[in-house]
Each structure stands twice: as structure tokens, then as C-alpha cells.
Design a protein around this ligand. Sequence first.
Ligand code: PLP
Length: 470
Amino acid sequence: MKWNEFSEWGRRVADWAQDYHLTVGDRPVRARTRPGEVLNALPQTPPEQGEEMETIFADFESTVLPGITHWQHPRFFAYFNSNAAAPSVLAEFLASAIAPQCMLWQTSPAATEMETRMMDWLRQALDLPQAFQGVIQDSASSATLAAVLTMREKALNWQGNNQGLFGQKQLRIYCSSEVHTSIDRAIWVAGIGQQNLVRVPIKGDWRGMDPAALETAIKQDIAAGHQPAGVILCVGGTGTGATDPVDQLLDVAETYGLYTHVDAAWAGSAMICPEYRHYWPGVERADSIVFNPHKWLGVQFDCSAHFLKNPDDLVQTLAISPEYLKTHGHDGIINYSEWSVPLGRRFRALKIWFLIRTYGLEGLRQRLRNHVNWSSQLHEKLKLEPDFQIVTPPMWSLWTFRYTPDGATDLDALNLRLVNAINDDGRIYLTQTRVDGQLVIRFQAGQFETTEADVMMAFEVITDIARNLA
Ligand SMILES: *Cc1c(COP(=O)(O)O)cnc(C)c1O
């Protein structure tokens, strides 16, 4: 293809994308493909001769689309949404056309400086103090890995990268039972070892880490000759929205001089609304905070916002070039590749800029508030149904329930059948989790274009399908 043929196809693709988004609600949310179906539809060997774009595009529609689970469907209530608001898709199109590699300031000053400004807009949107600086990571998993590596290096007096962990005291990192699996992976990759990730018991309705139990665990580890290195806090856990008592845990962490990282990958977006900030009182005392604008806020995937109280700790952990450290930030130049594990970086800030300017913070807040309110209405409605039991209360827009009709025996199996039947039906998409060993069904609302009617339709679908389960 020649570039002078590009605009014609660009228009075709834009028309297709607009139509897709306007009608995606008519499709079944979850793909109905059987394993191997797409693989078998793709030729086993690559073509020797070039093909027409017309043919490729037709195959895209016939082969790929049926195998897509529609994350931009307004009734996608599974997992957490990974949104793609229209202006952020346009920005991503532009970024992909320019295709800069933004590892250093000089490899595209606009990308670096836009990133600095956008991270500061987000900082203000969350009402975090000016002391925080930010970097865009590819995922919350990467931000958490960067934070765990920083914990490790600080605890080893910056010798870990050089000497490795052999012969060191056992480093200990603390979190609750409710954290995301990305925490475990970060611990593995950092060489700290699963057995040194200490699961502190939870308590209360928010299913948060017990501060007294944290302190006991730290004291026991010190007595055993281990070295506490950091605490990972959970604000809005994946299963049920579990949220740690941030201020009380930070008191304990400060007492023992431990580095702290807050994983608010999903719920962080909601903190643009002042009325939800009571969920993380004292967060301004944390060292590191991550949230994913690509989840609830609406930025096209991927885009993870990582805030740091003292970026020098992170840079000292990850920077390759010692020369650069001497001037880090002093000449007004930031090389963000020194703030993250990958060297290469995409131009992600552009889509934050397009999104925030299009809707304004107030437009975004309104969407989030609607999701929380509609989800809460649905929760109230289902609560009145005698055959259903609410298992965990709404945390923002997330809550869990169980179908418990009279006389039912194996409730785990019944609820698994229910969630599978709902997803086969295709009008909505839900996922399950476990709470205290029991299988429960999650509900969360957060798709950018979802409406009150979409959320309320879930009531009809859930209750109808439950009653028709033979
Ligand atoms: C989604 C999520 C993650 C993982 O995010 P990635 O960006 O996919 O790595 C981590 N923690 C929580 C609480 C999440 O909701």
C-alpha cells in the first residue's frame, strides 16, 4: 500500500469504527467462538504475494469480529471495563500514525512534556499534593513491579541490582489477601519470593488489611531476623472492591520506615469525585500510587498513571546511565524511560489530553457518578428479591450477589451455572469470584457509554435466567 492510498482506507476504517460503536450493543457481549475456530480460519502459511486491502478487510469482518468479546459494549459488566472513549481513540490513531518512540526527552520533546503536564492534570484531578510527580506506565502491573523493585533497592541500600539477593536477609513485603495477582508476579520477578509476601488478615465491611495485624507481622519478622521492605495497599480490589484503611496502615509503615505503594488500578479514576475520596484518607502520605485511566476514566487501552512522592528513588532503582543521574531533572529534562522497566515508550499522554479536553473533569465526574448510582439502584432492586442474597455491599459501582433459592443444595455449582447461562445469553456479561470460599457473581458498571436502561436491563436478565435454570 502506498501512503497516497491511505486516506481512503482511513476513512473506511473510521466509518466502520463509528458504526461499530453505535451498534455494538446489538451484539452478544461475549464471543461465542469455540476454541480453535479462529486459528483454523487463518491460513497455516503466510502469503507469498501481497493481497488487496479489500480482501484483508473483508476477512477482518468475517474471521476476526465473531471472535471478539465486546469490551466497548454498554452492558459489559464483567471484570473492570477497559474503556475507549471516542476522542482517545482518535488520539491513539494520530499517535500510531506519527509513531514516535518516546524513551528520551530528545526522541520527542512534545511527548515527554505532554506526559509531565498530563500527569500533573491527573494529580490535580485526584487532589493529590504537588509533591507527587507522575509517569505513564503500560500497565498497573508494571507500576507495581517498579514500586516493588524500589522497595527492594531501598531496603538493600541500593546494592540489590549489583549484588543480587544471594546472602541477603529475607526481604518481607506486606499486603492483604485481597490484592490483585499482579502483586504476586511483581514479587516473583523482583526475586523476593512468594513466601516473603506476607498476607495480613483482613477485617470489616471493606475487607481491608488489619493495621494491628500488620504491626504484629512486622515485629515478628524483625524478631526472626528478616528485613521488612514495604507495604502494598489495596484500594478497590478486583474481586469485591476490597479497600484497606489507608491512613492507619501508613501510620504503621511510617513507624517502621517502610516504602508504601497503593494499588488503585480501578478505583483511582473515581477519586476525581471528591465524595469518593473518603475511601483513601491519608493517601497523600504514600510513596507510590497507581491507577489506570484506561479503566474507568475512559482513556483507550493502555494507559496507567503512576504517581511518586520521590521519583529519585525509582530512578535510582531503574536508571541505567549513572551520568544521567547526576543531572536528573535539574536541567528540566526528563527521560521517562529511566522511570520504567521497558526502554521503549509509546506516546500515551496524547489520549489523556484529548479525553480531558473533550469532556472536562466535570463531564467525566458525571459519568462515574451515574455508574455508581445506577449500580446502586440495581443492587437495591435485587436485594428485594427473596431468591437472591447480596454478599458484599457496593464499593463504588461494584458489588457481589448469589442466587439462593429455597431448597437449593450446591450453591456454588448453581451460581456457576447461572453466570454461564447469563453469558451464553449474550445480553449482558458478568464474572464470578470467591468470597470466603463461596462462589459469588460480581456486578460492576463502568462502560463509558452505558445508560441507566442498560444497567437496569441486567435485573431482567439475571432474574429471568435464574428462574429458567432447570
Ligand atoms: C486491573 C487491575 C490490575 C492490573 O492492571 P493491569 O494494568 O492490567 O496490569 C491490578 N490491580 C487492580 C486492583 C486491578 O483492578
